[in-house]
Design a protein around this ligand. Structure first.
Ligand SMILES: *[C@@H]1O[C@H](CO)[C@@H](O)[C@H](O)[C@H]1NC(C)=O
Length: 252
C-alpha cells in the first residue's frame, strides 16, 4: 500500500465518523389532542412514535388501535394491539388526558373571552385629490385572534387597507387599529366588520359621514369655549360697572 492511499482511507473514515456524529439519530414519542368544538365532542387523541423523521407506529383514537408504518412499527403494533391492558389504557387517554386538560385550558382561556369594543373615527378628511382616511379600532379584547374587515356597500374591501398588529396592552387585553383610504362617494355605505371569539356573530359598525366625530368634537369644544368666554366677559363687565359705581373720586 502506497502512503497516499492510506491517507485517503483514513480521511474517509474520519469523514464518516464526523458526519455520523453530526446527523445522529433522533427518536421522539409524543401525543397530540386535536379538537375544534368547544364541547370537546370531536376530540381525537394521537400517540406518535417517531424515528428520525418517520412515524414508526401511531395510535389514533378514531381508529382505536396501533398502526405500524415501518417493519418494526408493524411488529410493535401487532404486539401492543394484542395486549388488552395497553389498548385499554391508550383508548382511555381521550378522556383522561385530552378532555381533562382541554377543560382546564377552556376555563383558563376560552371562558375568559372578552369581546372587543369597536370605534370608527375619521383620521383625515378628503381634500385636494387626497383620499380620506378612516380608522376602525377594536379595544380591550381577549384573547388575541381578531378579524377586522372593511365593507363598501356590504362588500369586503381588499385594497387601501393597512392594519397594526394585535397590540398587547400589558393587562391581558389587546387592541388593533385598521386604516382605510377611500374617496367618499355619495350614497356609498362604509362599514367596519369585526369578528372575535367573544362575539356570537360579526359586529358591523357603519360609518356616519354626516359629520365625523373629530369634527363634531372640534365644533363642541369651540362652542363651549365661546360660551365660557361670553360668561367671563359679562361677569367682568358687571364687576367693573359695580366697582366704578361705588367709587368716590377725591379731587387732588
Ligand atoms: C385519525 O384517524 C382518522 C380516521 O381514519 C383520520 O380521519 C384522521 O385524519 C386521523 N388523524 C391523524 C392526525 O392522523
Amino acid at each position: 500500500m502506497s502512503p497516499p492511499k492510506v491517507l485517503s482511507f483514513h480521511l474517509i473514515l474520519m469523514l464518516s465518523a464526523f458526519t455520523g456524529a453530526a446527523d445522529g439519530y433522533y427518536h421522539s414519542s409524543w401525543a397530540e389532542c386535536i379538537y375544534s368544538s368547544p364541547d370537546l365532542s370531536d376530540m381525537v387523541y394521537i400517540d406518535n412514535y417517531i424515528f428520525n423523521k418517520d412515524i414508526v407506529v401511531q395510535f389514533n383514537s378514531t381508529v382505536g388501535e396501533y398502526v405500524g408504518y415501518t417493519e418494526l412499527g408493524v411488529k410493535s403494533a401487532r404486539a401492543w394491539n394484542s395486549d388488552g391492558n395497553i389498548l385499554q389504557q391508550e383508548r382511555a387517554e381521550v378522556e383522561r388526558f385530552c378532555k381533562h386538560n382541554a377543560q382546564i385550558r377552556q376555563s383558563a382561556i376560552t371562558d375568559k373571552t372578552v369581546a372587543p369594543k369597536v370605534k370608527l373615527s375619521s383620521v383625515k378628511l378628503a381634500s385636494g385629490g387626497h383620499p380620506a382616511v378612516l380608522m376602525c379600532s377594536a379595544y380591550r379584547f381577549y384573547p388575541h385572534g381578531i378579524k377586522v374587515t372593511w365593507l363598501k356597500d356590504n362588500t369586503p374591501v381588499k385594497s387601501d387597507v393597512t392594519s397594526t398588529e394585535e397590540l398587547p396592552n400589558g393587562d391581558w387585553y389587546y387592541q388593533i387599529h385598521s386604516h382605510l383610504e377611500y374617496t367618499p362617494k355619495s350614497g356609498e355605505k362604509i362599514s367596519c366588520m369585526v369578528d372575535h371569539a367573544g362575539l356570537k356573530k360579526p359586529l358591523i359598525v357603519d360609518w356616519d359621514p354626516s359629520l365625523p366625530e373629530s369634527e363634531r368634537n372640534k365644533i363642541a369644544i369651540g362652542a363651549s369655549g365661546l360660551v365660557l368666554g361670553v360668561i367671563i366677559a359679562a361677569a367682568g363687565l358687571i364687576y367693573y360697572k359695580k366697582k366704578s359705581a361705588g367709587r368716590i373720586l377725591v379731587p387732588t
